[in-house]
Design a protein around this ligand. Structure first.
Ligand SMILES: Nc1ncnc2c1ncn2[C@@H]1O[C@H](COP(=O)(O)OP(=O)(O)OP(=O)(O)O)[C@@H](O)[C@H]1O
Length: 270
């Protein structure tokens, strides 16, 4: 298994991981073990691509980081919380600190783009009604974020009228509205064409670098992962079989992840 130190500045204070997972096991409802002895560290400012064949456990790993998959063994520290030993109310705090981006965008189609972004602030806005209840501060921030993701001109449009790539930008702005300490993006480009896929991954990579937060992104297209990540984590049958800086990943690593199960991409591209 390839390993390596995470990408980052050669000098400066030691960086602490925002996510530190050790020997993690997950099983659903007394079923078979789905994650088996998984280790994972995510550091500030890095874009990490999570690769693996269908069913290897990528989504389950992401869900386990926000308490949506049952941890049966090992440990998981996420944004300062020990997920196996949470006190009352702390799971809510973890979820409020983790921005999530999904394949299907998960926007409310009949609401405006701006309102969709504002829902990212629901955890700290107190009781609001979705149409008029957000403060001017929240509204200004939502507009700034729409500007940052390049879609401020669509602020008043219904979300369902936007293209897939535009909707994913709105979803990313909504995640940023949470002021996240970590972003989890589960196959965020699986519904997008190649051009939009590159644009969305560029945007996520830029956010990781500029905001200094880790972005963990699961991808099916290997070539996209090789082009748009600082580090590759590779899963196979619920185990982490590769963990290495992207520049050092080679065909042996990719074979360890996919073997003859196939991937959407060319192994020789490495
Ligand atoms: N809620 C659930 N209950 C029971 N088993 C589940 C549940 N969710 C996932 N699994 C099982 O866990 C295993 C890993 O699934 P998971 O969705 O994490 O894989 P994945 O790598 O994300 O796959 P894909 O790339 O197809 O999304 C699979 O065998 C799946 O059937």
């Amino acid at each position: 298994m390839a390993t390596g130190t995470p990408v980052g500045p050669a000098v400066g204070p030691p960086r602490l991981p925002l996510v530190s997972v050790r020997d993690l096991s997950v099983a659903y409802d007394d079923g078979p073990v789905v994650l088996d002895g998984v280790d994972l560290d995510l550091f500030p400012g890095e874009m990490v691509a999570l690769l693996g064949s269908s069913g290897s456990g990528k989504s389950t790993l992401m869900k386990s980081l926000t308490g949506f998959a049952p941890i049966t063994g090992g440990s998981a520290r996420v944004v300062g919380y020990d997920l196996t030993n949470l006190r009352r109310g702390q799971l809510r705090d973890v979820r409020a600190s983790v921005g999530q981006v999904f394949q299907q965008f998960n926007l409310v189609g009949r609401l405006s783009v701006l309102t969709n972004v504002l829902t990212g602030a629901l955890h700290d806005a107190g009781p609001v009604n979705l149409v008029g209840g957000f403060s001017g501060v929240h509204r200004r921030r939502a507009m700034e974020l729409l500007d940052r993701v390049g879609i401020a001109h669509k602020a008043t449009a219904q979300a369902r009228t936007l293209s897939g790539g535009q909707q994913q930008r709105v979803a990313i702005a909504r995640a940023l509205m949470q002021r996240p300490k970590l972003i989890l993006a589960d196959e965020p480009v699986a519904s997008l064409d190649p051009r939009m896929s590159h644009d969305v991954l560029d945007l996520l990579h830029e956010i990781a670098r500029e905001d200094g937060i880790p972005v963990l992104v699961s991808l099916h297209v290997m070539t996209l992962a090789l082009e748009h990540s600082d580090r590759i984590e590779g899963m196979r049958h619920g185990r982490m079989v590769v963990s290495a800086p992207t520049a050092r990943v080679d065909t042996t690593d990719l074979a360890a992840i996919y073997d003859d199960e196939g991937a959407d991409g060319d192994v020789d591209a490495a």
